[in-house]
Design a protein around this ligand. Structure first.
Ligand SMILES: [Zn+2]
Ligand SMILES: [Zn+2]
Length: 368
């Protein structure tokens, strides 16, 4: 079957919409017609790292409708609305403990540029195209996913609003819901009000946390953070940030989330924790950060990393969909829609930060 995909041919080249062939389904695979696909920073980072050939198809926040299921697939039916999340093996020690984002096979299953056996789900003129990315490659009109990364959602789900739940929102919301687990009287500070940080803010407010402070360099984003529920929004460039934080949190954050990956921000975030506070690192990019160890041990502070919100997507994503339907997760405030054909604008706006969360929207197929 021929489909249209956004091909990446190296860091310098824009995406081009081209015809490619999509492989017939294996027993555990599912073919999904893509309705919407979020743009996440991992797409940008991966594009910047991969050589021009073979071409690659990114996209790992796919949302769509199941058109065909492999012979061994259970619990997913033709016509189901689904979100496509990251893959996990389900059998390694961490998967067995329910921590699927730390799957021992995570790289092989999600970012190797092929299925684990080296074959691809997409090809062009008989040549392989790097796919499936995160078990999907959803910057395309159709995707082949695998049963383990297909999450069936309520038929009433708005797939454009929900697409980012598959990665970026799951990352921010899951860090709060699964890792920090703040009580209502907690004081949470979120560094970086991009898509991931906003999801952390929204999840905390949905949990009833009374004090949620966002820190960002952009005035526009600080306004947006207040619009999605932050109780204060502070300028990260301000000279008296530490004092302003202490005031906004009543003496220090009990919980903090870093999405910036800027070493100086991470160090300051740890320093501004209240005793026994916890900082979770979500931002990709910082390799080394120095900390005042005496401050950490005298304060009994915890610093830990987290990817994909430490989530079991099959329980967290339906929970986020439910919260959105109940009006408790105002994601529409920060989503900007782009036609699939405008993917290069969406990517540019994601890279510049002018769009907090770009989502590509695909046309309905025409009859015949
Ligand atoms: Zn595993
Ligand atoms: Zn992502």
């Amino acid at each position: 079957m021929q489909i249209t995909a956004a091909l990446s041919r190296g860091p310098e080249s824009p995406f081009t919409l081209e015809q490619v062939s999509i492989a017939p389904l294996r027993a555990d695979e599912v073919r999904v017609r893509i309705v919407a696909a979020g743009v996440c920073h991992t797409d940008l980072v991966s594009k910047a790292l991969l050589p021009p050939a073979p071409a690659a198809v990114f996209g790992h926040e796919g949302a769509g409708i199941v058109e065909e299921t492999g012979s061994g697939v259970e619990g997913v039916s033709v016509g189901d609305k689904v979100l496509l999340t990251f893959r996990s093996c389900g059998q390694c020690a961490t998967c067995a403990q329910g921590h699927r984002s730390y799957c021992a096979s995570f790289v092989a299953l999600n970012s190797s540029g092929a299925r684990p056996d080296g074959t691809t789900t997409l090809s062009q003129d008989g040549e392989p195209v790097r796919s499936p990315f995160f078990g999907q490659s959803s910057f395309a009109t159709y995707a082949v996913a695998t049963q383990d990364n297909v999450v069936v959602v309520d038929p009433a789900t708005d797939l454009v609003a929900a697409a980012p739940f598959a990665c970026g929102f799951q990352t921010g919301a899951g860090a709060v819901i699964n890792v920090l687990r703040p009580a209502a009287d907690a004081r949470l500070v979120v560094y970086g009000a991009g898509g991931v940080g906003m999801a952390a803010v929204m999840a905390a407010r949905a949990l009833g946390v009374e004090t949620v402070v966002a820190v960002d360099l952009s005035e526009e984003r600080r306004k947006a953070a207040l619009a999605v529920g932050a109780t204060a929004a502070l300028d990260g460039r301000s000279d008296d940030l530490a004092e302003a934080l202490a005031e906004a949190t009543g003496g220090g954050a009990t919980h903090a989330v870093d999405t910036t990956a800027v070493p100086a921000v991470i160090r300051a975030a740890a320093a501004s924790l209240a005793p026994l506070g916890t900082l979770v690192l979500l931002g990709l990019g910082a390799r080394e950060v120095t900390f005042d160890v005496m401050d950490l041990l005298n304060g009994g502070k915890t610093i830990r990393g987290c990817i994909e919100g430490d989530a079991d997507p099959h329980s967290l994503i339906p929970q986020l969909v439910r919260w959105h339907a109940e009006g408790r997760l105002p994601v529409d405030e920060i989503i900007r829609r782009y036609a699939f054909s405008d993917i290069n604008t969406a990517i540019a706006d994601a890279a510049s930060g002018s769009a907090i969360k770009p989502v590509l929207v695909f046309d309905e197929p025409t009859a015949g």
